[in-house]
Design a protein around this ligand. Structure first.
Ligand code: TXA
Ligand code: MG
Length: 317
C-alpha cells in the first residue's frame, strides 16, 4: 500500500482535530472515499446524514484501527474471528452490537441491534483513525443515491468546500465499496457484493454463504434504495451503439463513438472495477453535456464481475 507521505502528516492531524470537534472529514480508503465523523458523537453523526441527505434509517459503517477496538464494539463469534484475517481490507462485518463502555451513537446503527464494522487498509485512513483516537463512522463520500467517490475531485463535486477533504492525489485502489457480510445469525449472508466474493468467504469459513439479494429477507436497509446512480440513463449488455448513446466498453467490445471509453482494454475485471465509478462519472458528464445516454457492454459474471454488474444494475434502475 502507498505510504502517508503522499499526504502531509500535518494535514491528517488537522483532519483528526476536526473529527475530535464533531466535524466531517472526507478521507481515502482502499475501496472508495469515506465521509467520516466521530462515531461516539450524535452531533457529529447527524452532520453526515444532513450533508449527504441520507435517510436516517440507513445505518453507517464504523471504521476502527484494530481488531481489539472492534471487539470492544461488537460481539465476535467464531466466524467473525476467522474473517478478521481479511483486515485491514475491503470486508465489513455485521455483528451484534456489544453493550460496553464505548457508546456508539444510535444514529450509526439506525436503531438496529447489529453494527457494521471494518478496518480500512489505506495508510491515510489508518493514520486518521490513530490520531482521532475514536471509531469513525463513514459512509461513502457522495450525496445519497449518487455514485461513490473514488477521487477527491468526486468528493468536491458532491460537497464543494463544505467538507474538509484529505486528497491522496490518487484514485482509490479497488474502486468498489467493501463486501458486507452479516454474521449476526447462524447463517452468514453477504449483504453487498465486493472484491471479497461469496465464494472466497464460503471457502474460508468452510460453510455455505448466502447472498441477500437472492433471499427474500431484506437485511441491508441501504440495499433497498436506488443507489450508485449517474444522472444519465444506462442501458446494460449493449452490443451495438445507438446514435443517441455513448459507450462504456469492456475488453474487445465495440461501442465506438466520440466520447466512448473502455473499462479495461485487456478485459481484466480488477482493472474494470477500479475504473468503474470514475468512468461512469466521466461518461455521465459527457452524456449530460451532449444530450446522450450511456450504453454499457456485457461484463462476465465471475469473480468481481458479480460486484461490477450489481453496481451497474443499480445505476441503471
Ligand atoms: O467500502 C466501504 O464500505 C465504504 C468505505 C468508506 O468504507 N463505505 C460505504 O458506506 O460504502 P455506505 O454507507 O455507503 O454503505 C454502507 C452500507 C449501507 O448499505 C448500509 O445500509 C449497510 O452498509 N449497513 C450499515 N450498517 C448495517 C447493519 N447494522 N446491518 C445491515 N446493513 C448495514
Ligand atoms: Mg454509499
Amino acid at each position: 500500500m502507498k505510504n502517508t507521505n503522499i499526504l502531509d502528516k500535518r494535514k491528517i492531524a488537522e483532519a483528526a482535530n476536526i473529527i475530535k470537534n464533531d466535524g466531517l472529514v472526507a478521507f481515502p480508503t482502499e475501496t472508495v472515499y469515506g465521509l467520516g465523523a466521530n462515531a461516539l458523537s450524535d452531533e457529529a453523526c447527524s452532520n453526515i446524514f444532513r450533508i449527504k441527505e441520507r435517510p436516517i434509517n440507513n445505518p453507517l459503517i464504523v471504521h476502527v484501527a484494530s481488531v481489539e477496538q472492534a471487539m470492544e464494539i461488537a460481539e465476535f463469534n467464531e466466524d467473525a474471528i476467522k474473517l478478521t484475517k481479511f483486515w485491514a481490507g475491503p470486508l465489513t462485518l455485521v455483528l451484534p452490537q456489544k453493550i460496553s463502555k464505548i457508546h456508539i451513537s444510535k444514529l450509526v446503527t439506525a436503531g438496529l441491534n447489529t453494527i457494521a464494522i471494518r478496518i480500512p487498509a489505506h495508510p491515510v485512513a489508518l493514520k486518521l483513525l490513530a490520531l482521532s483516537v475514536c471509531p469513525i463512522a463513514a459512509p461513502s463520500a457522495n450525496k445519497s443515491g449518487m455514485l461513490s467517490s473514488t477521487t477527491a475531485h468526486h468528493v468536491r463535486q458532491n460537497f464543494g468546500d463544505a467538507v474538509f477533504t484529505l486528497d491522496s492525489n490518487q484514485k482509490t485502489t479497488y474502486g468498489l465499496e467493501s463486501t458486507i457480510i452479516d454474521l449476526s445469525s447462524n447463517e452468514p449472508v453477504v449483504l453487498r457484493l465486493g472484491f471479497i466474493t461469496p465464494d472466497i468467504l464460503s471457502h474460508f469459513l468452510k460453510k455455505e454463504v448466502k447472498i441477500a439479494l437472492k433471499t427474500s429477507k431484506i437485511k441491508a436497509p441501504g440495499m433497498l434504495l436506488k443507489h450508485y446512480a449517474p444522472k444519465s440513463s444506462l442501458r446494460l449488455n449493449a452490443t451495438a451503439l445507438a446514435q443517441t448513446e455513448v459507450g462504456l466498453n469492456f475488453g474487445d467490445s465495440k461501442l465506438t463513438s466520440e466520447g466512448s471509453i473502455n473499462l479495461s482494454l485487456r478485459g481484466e475485471l480488477t482493472e474494470a472495477a477500479a475504473n468503474l465509478y470514475e468512468y461512469l462519472h466521466i461518461l455521465d458528464d459527457y452524456a449530460q453535456a451532449n444530450n446522450l445516454s450511456i450504453a454499457v457492454a456485457p461484463i462476465q459474471e465471475e469473480g468481481v464481475g458479480f460486484a461490477i454488474n450489481d453496481r451497474l444494475k443499480r445505476a441503471a434502475e
